[in-house]
Design a protein around this ligand. Structure first.
Ligand SMILES: C[S@@+](CC[C@H](N)C(=O)[O-])C[C@H]1O[C@@H](n2cnc3c(N)ncnc32)[C@H](O)[C@@H]1O
Length: 252
């Protein structure tokens, strides 16, 4: 397995995927010893500050209705029941909508994103903060403070994903779950080059690698189109989910 040179990341992707079945690609995978991606894999066409690109609010949905319905149904299966005492959720790269089940509530649901007007309008959030994760990938929360972290169609914009995923592992409670979902759409000029130069199955491997190399997570699992009752031609929405180790890293 070649992992060096400018194409290290792509060579890894080419050699790591024996099957195009998305749900299988993270199974029995032998990860290279070192993170296979290089700095150039995280470059983007638009190098202007993200604060400029996200300055004006976009009150739009970034995926189509069937994809939203599938994601919401997936959430309804895996999220703690609404109003569970002591549950905290963080939605990173959040906007005016989080796609949780209708009326979903928890004591604490924090949204982090780039546009305050969008976040202000997100009715599921109990608090929000604006932070450019490419400028500052630290998540300003205590260790072990969240049960769930979600990220919808935005992982492809992170230029320091390992830093963000390490932070996610730090702030998740042991056994907590991170759910990354992504589609075949993106703001092309703002997505990292390893994303725009690869396909949907590769994207699962890329996000899986973030969990693997960040450490602190159980092996990541791929979820394809979220629910089979939605015919696949209607939507393209994949996800990678991983649980935080039950033991803290210092104990494991
Ligand atoms: C395609 S939108 C998706 C928004 C939302 N998750 C949804 O499903 O509607 C991309 C989101 O990523 C967030 N984002 C992009 N670059 C970011 C950065 N550098 N730091 C933090 N958030 C970022 C933006 O705030 C934007 O809302």
């Amino acid at each position: 397995m070649t992992t060096s040179g400018a194409l290290g990341g792509k060579s890894f992707l080419a050699s790591a995927r024996p099957s195009s079945n998305v749900e299988q690609v993270l199974k029995n995978l032998e990860w290279p010893g070192q993170f296979p991606f290089k700095e150039e894999d995280f470059q983007r066409d638009d190098v202007s500050p993200d604060s400029l690109f996200y300055k004006a609010p976009r009150f739009v949905t970034h995926i189509d209705d069937p994809a939203i319905a599938a994601l919401t149904m997936f959430y309804s299966r895996v999220l703690p029941p609404s109003n569970s005492p002591g549950v905290s959720i963080l939605d990173i790269c959040s906007s005016w909508i989080s796609h949780y089940p209708a009326g979903y509530k928890q004591e604490r649901i924090v949204g982090m994103g780039m546009n305050e007007e969008e976040l202000k309008r997100n009715s599921v959030l109990t608090e929000y903060l604006v932070q450019d994760l490419n400028g500052n990938p630290e998540l300003p929360f205590e260790d072990n403070s969240f049960d769930i972290i979600t990220n919808v169609v935005s992982v492809d914009y992170l230029t320091k994903p390992l830093d963000v995923f390490k932070e996610m592992s730090r702030i998740l409670k042991p056994g907590g779950q991170a759910i990354m979902s992504f589609s075949d759409r993106c703001f092309w000029t703002k997505a990292i080059s390893i994303w725009t130069s690869t396909d949907d199955t590769d994207h699962v491997l890329i996000v899986g690698s973030y969990f693997h190399y960040a450490g602190g997570f159980e092996p990541p699992q791929a979820v394809s189109s979220f629910l089979l009752q939605f015919p696949k031609w209607l939507l393209l929405l994949h996800g990678v989910v991983a649980f935080r180790y039950l033991l803290h890293s210092s104990e494991s």
